[in-house]
Design a protein around this ligand. Structure first.
Ligand SMILES: [Zn+2]
Length: 289
C-alpha cells in the first residue's frame, strides 16, 4: 500500500547476513559492476543464438499522482519504456486518469491493470495477506472485481486492460477460475506461470527489487540483475516481468531502473513490451499457456 517514500539513500551499509558478498565496503559496487557485465554477456549470448529477450514492467499500487509516481512516469517518458500500472480501483480517480492522459503527450506509455478492489486484507490472522483469496464467498469477491474492472474502464478508457493483478500476488483458486466469466482476459501474479486456466493469458512478474521483510530495502543491483540473468538463461521465450512499487524506491533503485531501462532498450536482442502486447495472446504470450 502507498506509504511515504524513503527519503534517503541507504548506501553504503554492510550487506545483510544472507547476502553472498563479504561485508567489505566497495564489494557491493564491484559486485554490481560485475552483474551489469553478466547481463551484457547474457544478452549478447541470446543475440548470438538468434533469441530475443522480451521484458515487461509492472508497477503496483498506483492510486493518484504523487512525486514517486511522477518520477516513474518521467523515467518512462525519458526512456520510452512502456509501464503497466496496477491500479487500486476503489482508491483511484479522475486525477490519475488526467495525469496519464497528460503524460501520454510526454511519451509515457501506460496501461491500467486491475489491482484487486481496495487492497484490503481479508485473510485470517495466521495466513498471508490476501484480498481476493477463497476466504470470502465467491459472489462477494466477484462483485468487487467486476466493479474494479468497470471502474478502471470508465476512468482510463482505452488505457485500461481487463487483467487482474492480485494484491500481494495471491488469488484463490475459485477466484482464478471465475476470472474469464468476470470479463478478465489475463492475470499477473509473481513467479513461474502455469496456474491460470484457459483462456486467460497469464504473464507473471519474476523480478522484485525490494526485500519486503528486511526493512523494505533495495536488494541492490547485483541481486536484481542476477535474477534477471537467471530468467534469461531459462530461455523460455516468454516476457520476463519486472515488478516495482514506485512508493518504496530509494535513489539507488531509481538509478538502477533508469540504467536497466536504457540497457534493454539499446540492446538488439532485447526489448520492452507493452502490456497490450504481453496479454494479446501473441506468440510470446501464447507459449505461456
Ligand atoms: Zn499491491
Amino acid at each position: 500500500m502507498p506509504a511515504d517514500q524513503p527519503s534517503r539513500v541507504r548506501m553504503p551499509s554492510p550487506p545483510p547476513p544472507s547476502a553472498r558478498q563479504t561485508p567489505d565496503f566497495g564489494a557491493t559496487d564491484l559486485d554490481a559492476a560485475q552483474a551489469w557485465a553478466r547481463l551484457d554477456a547474457a544478452l549478447d549470448a541470446a543475440a548470438a543464438t538468434g533469441r530475443s529477450v522480451d521484458l515487461w514492467w509492472r508497477d503496483d499500487d498506483a492510486v493518484a499522482p504523487n512525486p514517486a509516481l511522477d518520477r516513474l512516469l518521467d523515467l518512462a517518458a525519458e526512456t520510452a519504456v512502456p509501464i503497466a500500472l496496477a491500479i487500486i480501483p476503489a482508491h483511484t480517480g479522475d486525477e490519475l486518469a488526467a495525469a496519464l492522459d497528460r503524460r501520454a503527450g510526454d511519451g509515457a506509455e501506460t496501461t491500467a491493470l486491475v489491482h484487486g478492489w481496495r487492497h484490503h486484507n481479508h485473510a485470517p490472522d495466521d495466513a498471508k495477506q490476501t484480498e481476493i483469496g477463497d476466504h470470502r464467498p465467491l459472489d462477494t469477491v466477484a462483485a468487487e472485481l467486476v466493479a474494479g474492472r468497470e471502474r478502471l474502464a470508465a476512468l482510463f478508457g482505452p488505457r485500461a486492460l481487463p487483467v487482474m493483478v492480485p494484491p500481494w500476488n495471491r488469488i484463490g483458486a475459485s477466484v482464478m477460475a471465475a476470472l474469464p466469466d468476470l470479463g478478465f482476459i489475463g492475470v499477473s501474479g509473481f513467479g513461474a506461470e502455469g496456474a491460470a486456466p484457459a483462456p486467460l493469458v497469464e504473464a507473471n512478474v519474476q523480478l522484485d527489487p525490494i526485500a519486503w521483510h528486511d526493512d523494505r530495502r533495495y536488494v541492490g543491483d547485483a541481486r536484481l540483475l542476477d535474477d534477471l540473468v537467471a530468467e534469461i538463461a531459462k530461455g523460455h521465450g516468454r516476457p520476463i516481468g519486472l515488478m516495482t512499487h514506485h512508493w518504496a524506491h530509494d535513489d539507488a533503485l531509481w538509478a538502477c531502473l533508469a540504467r536497466l531501462a536504457g540497457v534493454i532498450a539499446a540492446h538488439p536482442a532485447a526489448r520492452w513490451r507493452p502490456a497490450g502486447a504481453v496479454f494479446a495472446g501473441g506468440p510470446a504470450a501464447a507459449s505461456a499457456a
